[in-house]
Design a protein around this ligand. Structure first.
Ligand SMILES: C[S@@+](CC[C@H](N)C(=O)[O-])C[C@H]1O[C@@H](n2cnc3c(N)ncnc32)[C@H](O)[C@@H]1O
Length: 347
């Protein structure tokens, strides 16, 4: 596999939305083949630093080779971004100027012939981002009840034939390969409907479920906000409506001073905005980009800026999961870091 078989999506727009500056510190939570990371490192020279995270150990090796020339300014970690806060504390990498999430899978994973991500290759039904995860898609397919399967395919795939597919899957079990599953889905729903292959939505649903993608995204975004310094940027590129909804709702909520329901006449929530939206309208790839890289067609970029200053941060520290006491040492909080690093040394 070569890093260059993945074309980074919305590259220029991402670097602009992150407002990358020389000497800045950035986190790429979805390092992939390192395409965005390389652009961030180029723009942040001299003195820039990048923490790159990816859950997939094979991908991290590819990124390491690609980013070798920047090895003095990069720290690459094979971890799940759901542990973002703990990773930053462990490596003393906070606060930061910008955090990027380019969600989903890289072309290297989608094109792989043995991971089960694509219904175009016959492979074991795996789809785990990391071999450290215990449960595979085959486990889900072969052990869930029909009702559970239908619910999962409906919720994570927005598949209107979820009941028919779940029913057929239960009849055909055990199902252990991608092609077996594709045949089962085709038997359940018939041939191609519109532009989409009949297995597209079910494969999406199973991948989301096995990797807990939506829960991890929501948790990581909340942590990311707390890791940004004043005016630090959060940039997220999503590829389907379930991801985009989480990003949009969180950014909108955190950019409002009051989140009381409209029926409440006077604010009782005490909520305070901590973000400012950079782009009110979502950014999407140009027709030229989609033509050159068809996988970019569903991409949506949202960006926001952290607007809580250091003093305000300390005032609200009690709400922060790792509450810090105000002290003269500022953002770096060495005493707190020492204590927490011990806690997370097992990572
Ligand atoms: C679309 S690719 C990123 C491509 C990258 N921006 C580039 O330019 O090469 C998404 C990457 O995020 C990783 N990923 C997805 N979910 C993750 C998670 N929860 N934790 C860590 N990495 C994750 C995948 O393994 C994949 O390599």
């Amino acid at each position: 596999m070569s890093a260059h078989t993945h074309i980074p999506v919305l590259l220029q727009e991402t670097v602009e939305a992150l407002a990358v500056q020389p000497g800045g510190r950035y986190i790429d939570c979805t390092l992939g083949a390192g395409g965005h990371a390389a652009a961030i490192l180029d723009q942040s020279t001299p003195g820039g630093q990048l923490l790159g995270i990816d859950a997939d150990p094979e991908i991290i090796e590819i990124a390491k080779a690609r980013l070798e020339t920047y090895s003095n300014s990069t720290l690459l970690v094979n971890e799940n971004f759901v542990n973002l806060e703990a990773i930053c504390i462990k490596y003393d990498f906070l606060p930061v100027h910008g955090i990027l999430f380019d969600l989903g899978l890289s072309s290297l994973q989608l094109n792989s012939h043995d991971r089960g991500f694509s219904f175009q290759h016959d492979a074991p039904l795996d789809m785990r981002l990391s071999p450290n995860q215990e449960v595979t898609v085959a486990d889900i397919i072969n052990t869930s009840s029909e009702t559970e399967l239908a619910h999962l395919i409906k919720t994570y795939g927005e598949e209107s034939y979820s009941h028919q597919i779940a029913h057929r899957v239960v009849q055909e079990r055990p199902i252990n390969t991608t092609f077996q599953l594709v045949r089962t889905i085709e038997q359940a729903v018939g041939g191609r409907r519109g532009r989409l292959h009949p297995a597209t939505k079910t494969f999406q649903a199973l991948r989301i479920a096995v990797n807990h993608e939506l829960e991890h995204l929501e948790a990581a975004l909340k942590q990311a906000i707390n890791l940004l310094g004043f005016e630090g940027r959060l940039v997220v590129i999503s590829y389907h409506s379930l991801e985009d909804r989480i990003v949009k709702q969180l950014m909108q909520r955190e950019s409002k001073d009051c989140i009381c329901p409209p029926s409440v006449p006077t604010c009782v929530c005490g909520h305070k905005a901590c973000l400012r939206l950079i782009n009110k309208r979502v950014i999407t790839p140009s027709p030229t980009e989609v033509h050159l890289n068809p996988r970019s067609r569903s991409a949506k970029l949202r960006a926001a800026e952290h607007i809580i200053t250091q003093n305000e941060y300390y005032r609200s520290a009690e709400e922060h999961s790792f509450s810090a006491q105000p002290n003269a040492e500022g953002w770096r909080r060495p005493a707190l870091l020492k204590k927490l690093r011990a806690t997370f040394s097992m990572l």
